[in-house]
Design a protein around this ligand. Structure first.
Ligand SMILES: Nc1nc2c(c(=O)[nH]1)N[C@H]1C(S)=C(S)[C@@H](COP(=O)(O)O)O[C@H]1N2
Ligand SMILES: [Mo]
Length: 387
């Protein structure tokens, strides 16, 4: 994250170069533009649609669908009829078959409350800058996903002993030479009782943006694992190695120095999410008229549980425990809050730091990588308490 001090330093650097301070540099708090879209979402890209949730919507444990971020790599399918839609299951199975939406509805249904986060969430805060959608805090949301277990569908097909990975193919409309959106997950995760072929989100059929009529739901893992607009499930002997698995969505096996390229032969596919927390309010750069402040946000950790969130109101010198919200579920974030009173007016830096059930804690600096995946540094906001 660009600290306000660095930002002002840069701004005055720009002033020295041009002879005058650009007026927008004097008040801009966000490094990236913020275009307000429908339902108050931040439009990161229109083609293809990428919508980010602004910090003020982190106040709800379950994210309403209109506030749930959208991440599309290509065009959404334009011709998708619920009646003619079919999902085929094949590959390393005894009995390949296909299912209609009605067939899925007749199977035993299971609900998983999951925090879905894009692997690139927070990318905008990496230093040095990395290319890609410049997500800040809100490429993440929590919803109740519902549908049959992938395990039950695979059992019906009878996975052969050679079947080690399960591939998902989405119906996105592929522009030009871009390869289709296909990814795979290991058989152990595919047959976990919480991995779904989701048809519903927060009690209603999936909307087009979120994968109607059915998507994979791989809880606790990066959003890209949860393929939307599913058309095909194929059991493979090996991990799929197309574009969205390699070179896409890979992390170095050993930490890189910022600026270093990724050696694909020394990298692995990104799977579960990291331990992470964000401060939703007060927002960065805000001026507070009251000395009593409620610092609040959300914390999550993929397949692990959040055990504590600590807050600092003095830029990391001292830390206090935040109160965790009562609502919780295995793969879902915890909301948290901390009540604080400023002794005197002035500038303050708030920080939040989460720790999970595997003993992992957020680092001061996130592990830099060329695509900016899994950003999870201690979050911070700078605020001004008015006299
Ligand atoms: N078919 C398909 N599935 C997809 C994608 C996509 O572009 N096409 N994007 C993936 C990525 S990168 C993320 S983060 C999640 C986002 O899900 P959402 O748009 O429902 O929030 O969907 C994943 N599934
Ligand atoms: Mo993503």
């Amino acid at each position: 994250m660009i600290s306000r001090r660095d930002f002002l330093k840069r701004a005055s650097g720009a002033a020295a170069a041009t002879g005058a301070l650009h007026p927008w540099l004097m008040w801009a708090d966000d490094a990236a533009p913020r275009i307000a879209g429908k339902d108050g979402m931040i439009v990161r890209s229109e083609r293809f649609l990428d919508l980010e949730m602004p910090p003020e919507f982190f106040n709800s444990w379950i994210t309403p669908v209109p506030h749930f971020f959208v991440r599309n790599h290509m065009h959404e399918p334009s011709t998708l009829e619920a009646d003619s839609w079919k999902l085929t299951i094949g590959g390393e199975v005894e009995k390949p078959f296909s299912l209609s939406l009605g067939d899925l509805a007749k199977m035993e249904q299971h609900t998983v409350t999951n925090t879905l986060e894009c692997a690139g969430n927070g990318r905008a805060f990496h230093q040095p800058h990395v290319p890609g959608v410049q997500w800040q805090k809100g490429a993440v949301g929590t919803a109740r996903f519902n549908g049959p277990k992938l395990r039950d569908v695979l059992q019906r097909a009878g996975v052969k002993s050679t079947g080690k990975h399960v591939m998902f193919h989405g119906l996105d409309e592929v522009p030009g030479k871009v390869p289709p959106f296909i990814r795979s997950v290991p058989i152990e995760k595919a047959t976990d009782g919480d991995t779904l072929i989701a048809t519903h989100m927060n009690g209603a059929p999936l909307t087009k943006h979120h994968g109607f009529p059915a998507r994979a739901l791989v809880p606790g893992w990066i959003g890209a694992s949860s393929c939307k607009w599913l058309s095909e499930i194929k059991v493979l002997e090996k991990e799929f190695d197309g574009n969205f698995m390699k070179p896409g969505y890979r992390m170095p096996n050993h930490p890189l120095k910022p600026g270093d390229p990724l050696n694909l032969d020394d990298s692995h596919v990104v799977t579960a999410l990291n331990v992470k927390s964000i401060i939703a309010g007060p927002t960065d750069g805000s001026t507070l008229r009251s000395r009593s402040v409620l610092v609040h946000g959300a914390a999550w950790s993929g397949e692990a549980d959040i055990v504590k969130v600590e807050v600092s109101t003095d830029a990391g010198a001292t830390w206090q425990l935040a109160q965790l919200g009562h609502e919780q579920a295995k793969y879902a974030w915890r909301l948290w809050n901390y009540k604080w009173k400023a002794q005197q007016p002035g500038e303050y830096t708030f920080m939040s730091r989460a720790t999970d059930s595997q003993g992992r804690t957020q680092p001061v600096t996130a592990e830099w990588n060329p695509s900016g995946y899994l950003y999870n540094a201690i979050d911070q906001v700078k605020i001004h308490v008015q006299a």
